[in-house]
Design a protein around this ligand. Structure first.
Ligand code: PEP
Ligand code: MN
Length: 339
């Protein structure tokens, strides 16, 4: 940590800053220039509170040298970490596509969806049983019964299941129904109590980006999970809020190479919640694969016009199958595989 002092400061002000740093166990190096004095603090940077130092008399600026995230940082683990969901690895040469409806509705709907997921060549399935809806008057999800329907549809197809957790009180049901990976939705990316809980269990976590979160905040949320002992984390970019109203969210393709550089953990993309329209999904999915994503999370409904939620953005089974063929070609062009 580097503390830059204002000009014309007194020795007393310098000594005060030095004593504050030493008190928390940091080594201190004071370099007095003609115009400026710069204080270097060496040691565990998190011991000193940046805002507290910034408030001290005579301090102009405090600069952190270390990144605030550790376990999820590329510097902690130089090679790519593979995260396994039900025997399928994320972060390796082969890309994974998790597909399925926005929400679990009925058993026939889930059965048909599971068959379509496999027919398209996808190896994992998604669907929400607990839905974070903007309005309290719309369908809130089938709950625990939904987890049951999900497994009943997915098991015969040998599909690992991915579903959203909104409340720590549902964790027991998630364990009992053998959910393979827990999705943390955009609205809960900074629900730190929820993150701490999923950090304690050893199920893979797909951490979606908060709709207004910076990459740094997103990494810190992953650090919350990792700090609890669970390092099986996959980042999922799903678009951020912008000034644009033509589409639902703006897919931040730039975040893909940035995250691949900053973290050793896999990065996937949800083109469905980004575009918000089914016709946009193929273009966004291909862009994500070309930019280095390790996989995709795509909404597909056996009959989109009957969907209880996010009908506009769901692909049909045929559209998903066609897209998988196209994505396979894009994957090969960038040195990856898919099917
Ligand atoms: C979802 O995947 O169904 C969902 C609600 O996503 P998000 O949290 O990205 O809005
Ligand atoms: Mn949805």
């Amino acid at each position: 940590m580097i503390i830059i002092m204002r000009d014309n400061i007194s020795d007393k002000e310098i000594d005060f800053v030095v004593s504050k740093l030493k008190n928390v166990g940091l080594d201190v190096n004071v370099s007095r220039g003609v115009e400026r004095t710069v204080i270097g603090a060496i040691g565990e940077e998190n011991l000193a509170d940046k805002e507290m130092l910034q408030s001290l008399p005579g301090v102009e600026n405090v600069i952190r040298v270390m990144k605030p995230y550790k376990i999820v940082a590329r510097s902690y683990h130089r090679t790519d970490t593979l995260v396994d969901i039900g025997g399928h690895k994320f972060g390796g040469e082969q890309l994974q596509v998790i597909a399925g409806p926005c929400s679990v509705e009925t058993q026939p709907q889930m059965d048909a969806a599971a068959v379509a997921v496999v027919a398209a060549g996808c190896r994992l399935m998604r669907a929400g049983a607990f839905k974070p809806r903007t309005s309290p008057y719309t369908f809130q999800g089938a709950g625990v019964e939904g987890l049951q329907m999900f497994q009943q549809a997915a098991k015969p197809q040998r599909l690992p299941i991915v579903t959203e957790l909104m409340d720590v009180r549902s964790i027991d049901a998630f364990m009992e129904h053998e959910v393979d990976a827990i999705q943390i939705g955009t609205r809960n990316m900074q629900n730190f109590d929820l993150l701490k809980e999923v950090g304690r269990i050893h199920k893979p976590v797909i951490l979606k980006r908060g709709m207004s979160a910076t990459v740094s905040e997103w990494l810190m949320s992953a650090e919350y999970i990792a700090a609890g002992g669970n390092h099986n984390i996959i980042f999922c970019e799903r678009g951020v809020r912008s000034f644009e109203t033509y589409y639902r969210n703006m897919l931040d393709v730039t975040a893909i190479p940035v995250l691949k550089r900053e973290t050793h953990l896999p990065v996937i993309v949800d083109p469905s919640h980004a575009g918000g329209k089914a016709w946009m999904v193929p273009a966004l999915a291909k862009a994500a694969v070309a930019a280095g994503a390790d996989g995709l999370l795509i909404e597909m409904h056996p009959k989109p016009c009957d969907a209880w939620c996010d009908a506009d953005q769901a692909l049909t089974p045929e559209e998903l199958a066609t897209l998988m063929q196209q994505l396979d070609a894009v994957a090969r062009a960038v040195g990856r595989t898919l099917l």
